[in-house]
Design a protein around this ligand. Structure first.
Ligand code: P6P
Length: 336
């Protein structure tokens, strides 16, 4: 990208339409609406402490998690914009027990899966949080949408991305032709291309895991975490431990610098904590498009056949060589 050129997200998507015909019409309009949702959520996140929208909403979602006021506000923003557009069939959200069917979406082409505000336990303490989205195309244009359209494996995603509300607000996405990052210039309220063609390093020296759960992990994971903490100057060990408690923030740092994020099965979360449809699949699509890897420890995340909206899966994601090492340790232990 030439220095001093400004490419806005809308312009970038318009240019993509010329290269990738499927990014035409309704998909680009869905991107427009996700972008608008991001700007509206960004506005609320930035002033949450001033307008009494911090703290708990007072209800618990299907995940059994205390809903924050901003969780509910963010979820409503996405659904309202998708309802207005007529380009979205339905929304699968971490915050809703069931599918939200968009009133004007019966003949639309696309299905949106979202975590409207991930890492919301960090909202009240001003740590980075984000919105995650995943977009599928209906399988059957000539018959009503059914479970098969909703329960598609991650390899069928037509687009995925996240918005990170951090020191800067960034929009990072893929439509299957690489990963590009856009930074919000709030003087003009436009997302501008700042990280073209993101490629994640094949190896890294950052590991992100909640070590409070260490004793509950699979022995292979325990061995890997202890290996990361070992001493080997040539291999840059001990690695740096970085865990913010916000998947998007940990993922985004590791994507740019190289590193690995692990949320394995624990006693409390025997299938892992993170949700397949709107957390693991979109992040897996992004990391693979950036040259990285995402598995359960034995299976490629994007090849998991979903069985329910909110199913969870163990997630090991990041630099390919680091993920491969965890898989080797897990298989070695399994063979013993
Ligand atoms: P724990 C936030 O709730 C989240 O889904 C991810 O963003 C984050 O990485 C993880 O859970 C934190 O979970 O159990 O370590 O607090």
């Amino acid at each position: 990208m030439e220095k001093n050129t400004i490419v806005t997200l809308n312009q970038f998507i318009a240019d993509q339409q010329n290269q990738f015909p499927f990014v035409k019409g309704s998909l680009s309009r869905i991107f427009r609406d996700i972008q608008l949702a991001a700007k509206m959520i960004n506005r609320d996140v930035r002033k949450a402490g001033l307008i009494d929208i911090l703290g708990n909403f007072g209800e618990t979602n299907i995940q059994g998690e205390e809903q924050k006021k901003l969780d509910v506000i963010s979820n409503d923003v996405f659904k309202r914009l998708m309802d207005m557009s007529g380009d979205c069939i339905c929304v699968v959200s971490e915050e809703d027990d069931d599918i939200h069917w968009c009133p004007n979406g019966a003949d639309a082409k696309y299905i949106l899966a979202i975590d409207p505000l991930d890492g919301s336990s960090n909202i009240d303490v001003n740590a980075s949080i984000g919105s995650i989205f995943s977009i599928y195309k209906r399988l059957s244009p000539d018959k009503p949408v059914d479970n098969e359209d909703i329960m598609q494996a991650g390899v069928n995603q037509v687009a995925a991305g996240y918005v990170i509300y951090g020191t800067a607000t960034m929009f990072v996405y893929t439509t299957g032709s690489g990963v590009n990052g856009f930074t919000l210039d709030d003087s003009i309220m436009e997302f501008c291309l700042s990280h073209p063609e993101i490629k994640t390093p094949q190896n890294g020296s950052i590991f992100s895991v909640n070590e409070g759960n260490l004793n509950e992990f699979h022995p292979g994971v325990i061995e890997y975490v202890n290996w990361c903490k070992g001493n080997n100057k040539e291999e840059k060990r001990p690695y740096s431990a970085r865990y913010i408690g916000s998947l998007i923030a940990d993922f985004h740092r590791n994507l740019l610098k190289g590193g690995i994020y692990l949320y394995p099965a624990t006693a409390k979360a025997p299938n892992g904590k993170l949700r397949l449809l709107y957390e693991c699949n979109p992040m897996a699509f992004l990391v693979e498009q950036a040259g990285g890897k995402a598995t359960t420890g034995s299976q490629r995340i994007m090849e998991i056949q979903p069985e329910n909206l909110h199913q969870r899966t163990p997630l090991i994601i990041g630099s390919t060589e680091m993920v491969n090492q965890v898989e080797r340790l897990l298989s070695n232990v399994a063979e013993q």
